[in-house]
Ligand binder design. Structure first.
Ligand SMILES: [Zn+2]
Length: 140
């Protein structure tokens, strides 16, 4: 399960389906779309089990990253797709990372988009300067 602590602070606006009650999600896929200044998150979701909603989405835009080598904050394009399952029961720690718990019976797309961005940000990233250096070192 994902931690809430490092989610981006910026709120999403301009929304189709920001939050939807679990019980209102049916088997036929519906679309969702959220965006803030820098990034757009959109895709489809449908009921895939009694306590399960599958969400397939894409993130497009720009996000801020921290360079893993020099600590510099830089902006880079994001173009990622993701699949996540929302469950309306508590998620155990040993369960999949791609599961999100909806304990209050609400599928929260803002939370899901933010946690997807946070998980992209938590991967290994080098700023353009360090990336250039690394390419240069590899050539030698
Ligand atoms: Zn760097």
């Amino acid at each position: 399960m994902k931690s809430l602590s490092s989610l981006p602070k910026e709120r999403f606006t301009d929304i189709i389906h920001m939050q939807i009650p679990f019980r209102k999600v049916h088997e036929s896929p519906k679309s969702f779309k959220l965006k803030n200044n820098a990034i757009e998150c959109f895709g489809t979701f449908w009921r895939s089990g009694k306590s399960l909603v599958t969400i397939q989405g894409e993130l497009k835009g720009e996000a801020e990253f921290v360079c893993d080598r020099c600590g510099e904050i830089f902006t880079a394009p994001v173009d990622e797709s993701f699949t996540i399952e929302a469950v309306d029961r508590p998620v155990k720690v040993e369960e999949s990372l791609d599961m999100v718990e909806c304990s209050d019976g609400i599928v929260d797309f803002e939370y899901i988009c933010k946690s997807e961005i946070a998980s992209i940000q938590s991967e290994y990233h080098l700023c353009p300067n360090c990336k250039d250096k690394e390419d240069f070192e590899m050539e030698i």
